[in-house]
Design a protein around this ligand. Structure first.
Ligand code: ZN
Length: 286
C-alpha cells in the first residue's frame, strides 16, 4: 500500500461533493445543528461510519446538499479535496461539480477542461441534455458521460454514438453495447468501490474491469466519491491488485496510460509524461 500511495496517479472521475472529509462534514453538520437548520444527531452516526449502506450513502448526500450552499464552504472543501488527492501523489486531478454550460465556457481559461453528465440515472432522458452537451463540445470543451449506471439499451447506445471523450462506469451493458464500446475505443472511468457500494455490480470479482483490461480497452481507475464511499485512489489500485492479480509494473502502466485520457492540453500532458517517465526508470532498475 505504501508503494501505491507513493506511485504517481491520475484521477479523472471525482465529484467535489462526494469527496469531502468526514471531519469537515462533522464540523459543518455540528454548526448547522447549533443554528437549528438540521438535527445533528440525525446525521452524526452516518458521518462517523466508514462502511456505509446505500441508504446511508443517500442520507449523507442529503446532508452534503444542505452544507454545500455557500461560497466559503465550497472554497474550503475544494482546497481540502485537492490537498487530500495531492497527499497520495495524485499528480493530475479532474474534479467534477454541477455544470452550467455557459459558465463552464467562461471559465475555461481558469481550469475548466470539460463537462460531465451525471445525476440520478432513473430520472430524465439523454435527449434533454444532448443539445447542451453538443454545444459544449462544438465550443471546444471535452465531454464525459455517466453511462450505463442502469440498464437502458437505447440511451446507452445513443450516448456511445455521441462519441464522448470518456464515459464513467459502463456497468449495465449488454453484449451489443460492449461491442459498440470496444470498437469505439472510448475510455472508461472505472470506479470499483462505488459500483459495489451502490450495488450496481454484485461483487468485485465479476466487475467488468477484468474484461476491459484483458481486451486492452482504454480504462482509468477512479474514486467517484472518495468521502462518501470511504476510499482513495491508492485503495482502488490496491483493490485491483488483490482482486485481479496485477503486479507493480502493471499497476504503474495502468496509472501511466491514464495520462492519454486527460482533458487538459498538450503542455500539461507533456509534464505528466515526464513525471511518469522518471518514476518508470527507477522501477525498471529495482
Ligand atoms: Zn460519478
Amino acid at each position: 500500500m505504501d508503494w501505491l500511495v507513493s506511485m504517481p496517479k491520475v484521477e479523472l472521475h471525482a465529484h467535489l461533493n462526494g469527496s469531502i472529509r468526514n471531519s469537515t462534514l462533522l464540523e459543518l453538520a455540528r454548526e448547522l445543528g447549533e443554528k437549528g437548520t438540521i438535527v445533528f444527531s440525525d446525521f452524526e452516526h452516518v458521518i462517523k461510519k466508514n462502511d456505509r449502506s446505500l441508504r446511508e450513502v443517500f442520507k449523507l448526500f442529503d446532508l452534503i446538499h444542505i452544507v454545500t450552499t455557500d461560497h466559503k464552504t465550497i472554497t474550503r472543501i475544494t482546497k481540502e479535496v485537492v490537498e487530500d488527492f495531492a497527499a497520495e501523489n495524485v499528480v493530475y486531478l479532474e474534479l467534477r461539480t454541477t455544470p452550467k454550460v455557459n459558465l463552464a465556457l467562461e471559465m475555461r481559461d481558469v481550469g475548466v477542461v470539460g463537462i460531465d453528465l451525471s445525476g440520478n440515472p432513473t430520472i430524465g432522458e439523454w435527449a434533454t441534455f444532448f443539445p447542451a452537451l453538443k454545444f459544449a463540445r462544438e465550443q471546444g470543451l471535452s465531454v464525459t458521460l455517466h453511462c450505463g449506471e442502469v440498464p437502458n439499451s437505447v440511451e446507452i447506445q445513443s450516448m456511445l454514438d455521441f462519441l464522448p471523450g470518456r464515459i464513467g462506469h459502463a456497468c449495465c451493458f449488454q453484449d451489443q453495447e460492449w461491442r459498440k464500446l470496444k470498437s469505439s475505443k472510448i475510455p472508461v472511468e472505472i470506479c470499483l468501490t462505488s459500483n459495489i457500494r451502490t450495488e450496481t455490480i454484485s461483487s468485485i470479482d465479476v466487475h467488468h474491469f477484468a474484461e476491459l483490461y484483458k481486451a486492452n480497452h482504454p480504462i482509468v481507475l477512479c474514486t467517484d466519491d472518495s468521502g462518501v464511499f470511504s476510499t482513495n485512489l491508492s485503495t482502488e489500485y490496491a483493490l485491483v491488485s488483490s482482486t485481479f492479480g496485477l503486479g507493480r509494473m502493471e499497476l504503474f502502466e495502468l496509472a501511466r496510460k491514464a495520462v492519454d485520457y486527460i482533458y487538459a492540453g498538450k503542455g500539461v500532458k507533456m509534464e505528466l509524461i515526464k513525471v511518469f517517465e522518471s518514476v518508470g526508470r527507477t522501477l525498471e532498475y529495482n
